[in-house]
Design a protein around this ligand. Structure first.
Ligand SMILES: C[S@@+](CC[C@H](N)C(=O)[O-])C[C@H]1O[C@@H](n2cnc3c(N)ncnc32)[C@H](O)[C@@H]1O
Length: 204
């Protein structure tokens, strides 16, 4: 390993540890942990279908901290196979599971053990059987090439310290002609000095 690669590996580990730390707390509840509306209020503000919000058990919405609505970017249909990158506690998985129906399939992956566990519990409680959730350790997606019709992601790629790998992996697991529909955070201006380089600020 080159010295520069060793420095990056160490830095990436620090960033991922900070993300896991923050989102372990969010897996209990997102309330008061972000500077934007979360939970049911957030989903409503982002234009999610009110009927779907109403049908979601409170546990599915409690930890929802999406920053956009990936479903507004293109239609997901019956029979589609969908990946949710950074699925959190499972609200977007719940929405996708209803759209793909019994003939489709949804897979969620998340870096944070507690989030993946909460998503599994939430979905089991909602009696959903066309969704599987896996915990991942990095940007590597544990799925075969050409698996998915659509990859969705909601406030996750901005957290990744390895964005090139992230996009390469998404491209690899998408079927030819498949789509990426994602909501993300972008910087419009340079960060102030006290935040630039701060590992904690990365996951805010
Ligand atoms: C802003 S939350 C969004 C969660 C969910 N999409 C939602 O809308 O509630 C970010 C989630 O992405 C996960 N995450 C961060 N980096 C990740 C990565 N490289 N791969 C998979 N999950 C990741 C975090 O653990 C957290 O659960």
């Amino acid at each position: 390993m080159l010295k520069s690669e060793a420095v990056s590996a160490e830095k990436f580990k620090g960033i991922r540890d900070a993300i896991r730390n923050k989102y372990a707390g969010v897996s209990v509840s997102a309330a008061g942990k972000f500077q934007y509306p979360t939970g049911k209020e957030g989903a409503t503000a982002l234009g999610y279908d009110p009927a779907v919000i109403k049908s979601a058990a409170p546990g599915l919405l409690e930890s929802f901290c999406g920053i956009g609505n990936p479903f507004s970017l293109g239609r997901i249909q019956n029979g589609d196979v969908v990946l949710d990158l950074g699925c959190g506690a499972g609200f977007d998985l719940f929405v996708a599971s209803r759209l793909v129906g019994e003939t489709g399939r949804v897979c969620g992956v998340d870096l944070t053990e507690d989030m993946a566990a909460r998503a599994k519990k939430n979905l089991a409680g909602a009696n959903i059987s066309n969704v599987e959730v896996r915990k991942v350790d990095s940007e590597i997606i544990p799925c075969e090439d050409n698996t998915f019709d659509i990859v969705i992601s909601n406030g996750v790629i901005n957290l990744s310290p390895g964005k090139n790998t992230c996009f390469r992996e998404i491209y690899r697991v998408l079927k030819p002609g498949g789509r990426l529909q994602f909501a993300d955070v972008v910087l419009e201006n340079a960060l102030p000095a006290h935040l630039s380089g701060s590992i904690e600020a990365w996951s805010q």
